[in-house]
Design a protein around this ligand. Structure first.
Ligand SMILES: Nc1ncnc2c1ncn2[C@@H]1O[C@H](COP(=O)(O)OP(=O)(O)OP(=O)(O)O)[C@@H](O)[C@H]1O
Ligand SMILES: [Mg+2]
Length: 377
């Protein structure tokens, strides 16, 4: 049963409120003494306090401030007369949740109470969602930090071992024995999986940093042509593995310099290219293009892969969202790549969007950087 406390110096109003609300299933306590309010609220859990604005002993506004400070979860409804409507608005600014203008009818009172309770429910859901989100971010941050240290040690050891194994195998006559071949294969698995884990942990860490607002953008003047070329160079082996043709098209004459964080924007391009490779069949085609318009530089990555349905187009930028869980899991990744890209682009004052004609019809990812960051050479 929802509990309501009504405070007014006029006993008739209190009686009216008590009768109307009790009849409709609420527990109601009334008082004409505003100085009792804090004690009453301390001793029981109330959902709403209905407070008269004009009381001889204490200003309703003052009482509102006290309740909101000491009992922030209680919603406060102010009762006011027409003449003090401005004051009622002032009360809303000070945290009152709604107001009733005297004289009010039962229907009006009930509607206002119900609306206030509904808002209270939504607020508490929002608070628990925010708390969950915060908890999740903290959890991610702790886990990734804890994983990073041992993983870096493993990665370092794997690198040293890799060199030693190579020397040893060469000394024994490279890969002549079956057991040597098997050892080599096993070692490649360890090395590959360590790299995959490093990418996952780094993505988690970067994501946690970005969510906490701890990411630092180090801008410098970068030539977009070089940025794209460098990204393509890094990603080429992945494309070659799937016999995917990677082409670069430029729709702008002359070099274009942009003021950006080179590593971060390169990472955006690499993330988008990795997706295009991941979500395209063997022998697919990917093209990267960039163009300078009047107000911005646009960079696009287009593939002829599996495409994205209309309803999933906006969702792909959500954190941890993957259209096909099983496929995404098989190819590794948390579904963070695009949300990291979006954060980086937005930190640069740009925008990113996804386009696709539908499933099986390829995808296009386009990001823009504003012209303020752009100087033509
Ligand atoms: N080029 C693309 N073609 C088709 N689907 C895509 C493409 N790029 C992204 N998607 C869809 O959007 C989802 C989210 O992409 P995102 O890059 O954020 O995560 P991911 O690639 O699954 O994992 P990771 O965290 O390693 O990047 C993908 O799981 C995929 O379903
Ligand atoms: Mg990805």
């Amino acid at each position: 049963m929802k509990k309501i406390l009504a405070v007014d110096d006029e006993i008739e109003i209190l009686k009216f409120i008590e009768k109307a609300l009790t009849k409709n299933g609420y527990f109601v306590k009334t008082t004409t003494n505003p100085f009792e309010v804090v004690d009453i609220l301390k001793n029981d859990d109330f959902d709403i306090a209905i407070v008269d604005l004009r009381m001889p002993d204490i200003d309703g506004m003052k009482l509102l401030e006290i309740i909101k400070k000491d009992f922030p979860e209680i919603e406060v409804l102010i009762i006011t007369a027409h003449a003090t409507i401005e004051t009622a608005i002032e009360c809303l600014k000070k945290g009152a949740d709604d107001y009733l203008i005297k004289p009010f009818e039962i229907k009006e009172l009930l509607m206002t109470v119900e609306k206030t309770l509904e808002i209270q429910k939504l607020k508490s859901q929002l608070v628990s969602m925010k708390e969950m989100d915060k908890l999740k971010d903290e959890f991610i941050s702790i886990i990734s930090h804890e994983l990073k240290t041992p993983l870096m040690a493993i990665s370092g050891a794997v690198e040293i071992l890799s060199d030693q194994i190579k020397i040893e195998l060469e000394r024994r006559g490279f890969l002549r024995r079956q057991s040597d071949k098997e050892m080599q294969k096993l070692f490649e698995i360890v090395s590959r999986q360590t790299d995959k884990m490093k990418k996952l942990v780094n993505d988690l860490l970067d994501f946690a940093k970005m969510e906490a607002g701890f990411i630092e953008i180090k801008k410098s003047s970068c030539e977009i042509n070089k940025l794209v070329n460098d990204a393509i160079k890094d990603i080429q082996p992945l494309a070659d593995n799937k016999k995917i043709e990677l082409t670069q098209e430029i729709y702008s004459s002359g070099g274009i310099c942009i003021n950006c964080d080179y590593e971060m924007i390169k990472r955006v391009i690499i993330n988008l290219l990795t997706n295009s490779i991941k979500y395209s069949p063997e022998s697919g085609k990917i093209s990267v293009w960039f163009e300078k318009t009047a107000s911005e530089v646009e960079v696009g990555i287009e593939d002829n892969g599996m495409g994205i349905s209309k309803e999933n187009l906006a969702k792909v930028f959500d954190k941890f969202y993957r259209v096909d869980q099983s496929l995404a899991r098989a190819s590794g990744g948390f579904g963070l790549g695009l949300s990291i890209c979006q954060k980086i682009v937005e930190l640069h004052g740009g925008k990113i969007r996804a386009e696709s004609e539908g499933l099986g019809k390829g995808s296009r990812f386009i990001f823009t950087l504003p012209i303020e960051n752009v100087e033509a050479r």
